[in-house]
Design a protein around this ligand. Structure first.
Ligand code: NAP
Length: 260
């Protein structure tokens, strides 16, 4: 793919996308970031030229990838529009925001959503990350699809409605589970016990859900209907009412017959 790409945003997603686009030989002609440090970090690693004000953005790129916070997608697209970038393909990287937020700012718009959790400090194998692609025109959809194939073996055409649903499911399997891991961490920390004790359990839980239907692998007092153990856990959590409430809610959801 010889089209030139301009990256807007050098946060968690922008950083990883920028690195992998360059690794895969794509032509990234610049990165815009409000934060100088983040743009510099990406620039030093990849050689992508960086800028910090919208009027420094190269108006001749073929594709503008908007890897900015969801609330900033429309304002960033508006800034490009105000600079006269109007007939270029704009694509954002969000699971939660419809592609139509870009419609007022270009005749050509789409989505390039990598379905993974990104943190700058983590090295990722991009080739395994599902890329959810969408565009309002067939040619642009093909362009984004081919770009996706440069990065990943798993590229899918996913429309706004499907992506919104995927995002809800992703919040359950990633954001909520991560929050629950932190709850486990906090409980052990209060008792001066090491989180290392839980690491093998976390690994086996993840390994099982990759191989089986999660509900078939459910263990623990709730699914066993073990009221006495559930009561003891609730008693232990009395001093942490928010965690106790969360425990009740999840227990009830696993087994509505228990008294919680
Ligand atoms: N992180 C994930 O796991 C993940 C996964 C898939 C998709 N996404 C999506 O990818 C997008 C970026 O997420 P992220 O995790 O990379 O977020 P992030 O790390 O918080 O980075 C957000 C970027 O947006 C910039 N930004 C925020 N407000 C702006 C504004 N008003 N004008 C210009 N730039 C602005 C930030 O600049 P500063 O650094 O200067 O604040 C930063 O470069 C979001 O739509 C998100 O939903 C995230």
């Amino acid at each position: 793919m010889r089209e030139s790409i301009f990256l807007i945003g050098a946060g968690n997603v922008g950083y990883h996308l920028g690195r992998h686009l360059v690794d895969r030989g794509c032509r990234v002609t610049g990165v815009f970031s409000r934060s100088i440090e983040k743009a510099q970090a990406l620039s030093e690693l990849t050689g992508i030229p960086h800028c910090h004000t919208f009027n420094e953005i190269d108006p001749t790129a073929d594709l503008y990838l908007l890897a900015v916070s969801d609330a900033a997608i429309a304002p960033a697209a508006r800034s490009l529009y105000q600079m006269g970038i109007r007939d270029k393909l704009l694509a954002h990287t969000s699971g939660a925001t419809p592609s139509s937020v870009l419609r007022p700012y270009s005749t050509r718009y789409g989505v390039f959503y990598p379905l993974q959790t990104f943190s700058r400090e983590r090295v990722l194998d991009f080739s395994k990350i599902p890329l959810c692609i969408q565009a309002n025109g067939k040619e642009d959809e093909a362009l984004l699809f081919h770009l996706g194939e440069r990065l990943s073996e798993a590229v899918y055409r996913i429309d706004d409605q499907q992506r919104a649903v995927l995002h809800v499911a992703a919040v359950f399997v990633n954001n909520f589970t991560n929050h629950l891991f932190q709850a486990g961490w906090d409980i052990l920390e209060r008792e001066s016990l090491s989180f290392d004790l839980l690491r093998p359990l976390i690994e086996e839980t993840a390994a099982k859900v990759l191989a089986y239907r999660p509900s078939d692998m459910q263990t623990g007092p709730a699914v066993r209907g073990d009221q006495a153990t559930v009561d003891r856990h609730l008693e232990y959590l009395q001093e942490q009412p928010q965690l106790q409430e969360l425990y009740r809610l999840l227990t009830r959801h696993i087994n509505p017959d228990l008294e919680v």
